[in-house]
Design a binder for this molecule. Sequence first.
Ligand SMILES: Nc1ncnc2c1ncn2[C@@H]1O[C@H](COP(=O)(O)OP(=O)(O)OP(=O)(O)O)[C@@H](O)[C@H]1O
Length: 215
Amino acid sequence: MLTVTNLLKAYDGTPVLTVPNLTIPPGIHYFRGSNGSGKTTFLRIVAGLLPFSGQIILEQAYDIRQQPVDYRLRVNYAEAEPLYPDFLTARDLATFVANAKRAPAGQVDQLADLLGVTAFWTQPTRTFSSGMLKKLSLLLAWLGQPTLVLLDEPLTTLDVETAGRLFDFTRERVNQGVSVWLTSHQDITLTGLPLTASWQVSAGTIQPIPDDTAV
Ligand SMILES: Nc1ncnc2c1ncn2[C@@H]1O[C@H](COP(=O)(O)OP(=O)(O)OP(=O)(O)O)[C@@H](O)[C@H]1O
């Protein structure tokens, strides 16, 4: 699904992540680690949002640098703490991202209904609660036809009913071949998703967790 080779990420000259070799197969993957261990940094790198040294290749075909458009059409990301220009509405952002991600007709409306974003569709994001921002970010993360969706702390601030609908939808998409990576400081079993594997982010690197019961 995704291969990482010789990844090195430093902020201001201080290394935070070193991943010599990592292959993550298709499925649902959970990344856990303490505060500041590097989970968001890793997801933002894989999303194509942060510079790094090394190589990342999706599906043995799309190099994040050599095929930047093809890669980014297939990898979507929902921020842990989404922030948007405060004058833009949910509709503005969904229209913009749907266009960039070549979303099929009707997808925006379907997702807006699913996540309950329709209720505040034309409000500027400066008026949003943290849960409303989270719902919008999750809507944006499913636009287009991604094969890998990165959900950074999707449980945070999301109400229980919406979370239920989101993870039912996520399971359907996984059954159709989409891979999903999650981080959470909350109990990951609350998602009800069957995990393919879990990964520990600590000591500046990423290792598989051999026993899922340890999660
Ligand atoms: N923009 C930045 N500039 C400098 N250092 C940064 C920056 N962003 C993150 N860091 C540092 O990189 C390390 C990893 O941060 P990151 O946000 O990836 O951790 P995390 O595992 O997602 O943490 P949390 O669970 O608290 O969200 C931390 O030491 C953090 O201080």
